[in-house]
Design a protein around this ligand. Sequence first.
Ligand code: ZN
Length: 253
Amino acid sequence: MRRRSVGTARILMLKRRSFKQRRRSEIVFFLLLVIFITVLLNLDYNPKEKGIDDIPRGRNESVKKNHGWNLVLVNSKNPLPSNYSVNLETVQNNHQVDSRIAEYVRNMINDAEHDGVQLLICSSYRSVARQQELFDQQVDKYISAGKSYDEALAETVFGLAMPGHSEHNTGLALDIVTPDYQILDSGFENTKAFEWLDKNAHKYGFILRYPKDKTDITGIKYEPWHYRYVGSEHAAAIKEKGFCLEEYLEQLQ
Ligand SMILES: [Zn+2]
């Protein structure tokens, strides 16, 4: 009799304990659910923005210091200043540049011609609206080729700057080819035009803006056709030191 009552009390105690344990795990589960929902609500998930933020765009940093109009830095971290305005002048065919560099562009083209080399501008000043158009077209092209939106965005950004982040928006950059080779790829470096530019562009104030060994800093692929005006003194120093513009500005600060 006594044995049975001890047994019953024990069963009751065990039942109570398992009820308490169940209750505790229910509370823990409920708390976890609340935390999960709170985190989810705060994420404000936007796949488009996430795609852009995830793209590695070189280790260029935001540069605050102003070194003058010819050293303006425009890259993925440094957009075109909002008050930026440019006076344009036509230099070759319908190509326009900042009027302050027009003379140097013409001299460079003429002197190259004297040396038997034809420099052909294929891209010059580009408005931010035009940059947006080109950017969207390129993203669409990659998507049509079967890439996801994020992949298309990543590939586009490596080859084409985002609107407001392109040097072409400044009027200080030129894409230069030659009549015999008008494709924008690394094969341009095997042309006479590239050889001439590599040797002489700095004398007219231009630098090869996206060198082969600096893609991790510029965030832009090697572009043997893209030249940027910085002024002959800076261009000579940049060439001599083997810097890209980001590195040069870093040590000027
Ligand atoms: Zn370019």
